[in-house]
Design a protein around this ligand. Structure first.
Ligand code: SF4
Length: 121
């Protein structure tokens, strides 16, 4: 039985040999498999943005997003989108009352590169 990467409960957490992921993805290197899995389930907006940026370079992004939509993923970044309770949302709600004005969170490329290197080590 083949296990599609998009059917995994948690992207990147499963070891390729444990679930046969390498049999499905072959030599394709998926960004979420080379990053800390909790990055894709983080609460911090900057970390969510980083996860989304990693998905942007993924060759399986469209299929991953379609799978997440069909499964109505309860949480996490899948296919470059943030899911909450099965729906795509722009951002997670923070604790407390909603802000009256939206908060712009800049993502600095150099900061992302530094964080990716830290995660890789
Ligand atoms: S789109 Fe993102 S979550 Fe999906 S396989 Fe690619 S890197 Fe992983």
């Amino acid at each position: 039985m083949a296990v599609l990467f998009s059917e995994l409960l948690v992207p990147g957490w499963a070891d390729g040999e444990m679930i046969g992921l390498s049999d499905v993805t072959g030599d394709i290197s998926l960004p979420c498999h080379n990053s800390a899995a909790d990055l894709f389930f983080d609460e911090a907006p900057a970390r969510v943005a980083m996860a989304k940026s990693l998905c942007a370079s993924c060759p399986m992004q469209a299929a991953c997003l379609a799978g997440a939509l069909s499964r109505q993923e309860p949480c996490g970044v899948w296919g470059g989108e943030l899911f909450v309770d099965g729906s795509i949302v722009a951002a997670k709600r923070t604790v407390g009352r909603p802000r009256m004005t939206p908060v712009v969170i800049p993502v600095v490329a150099a900061e992302c590169d530094a964080d990716e290197e830290a995660l890789a080590s």
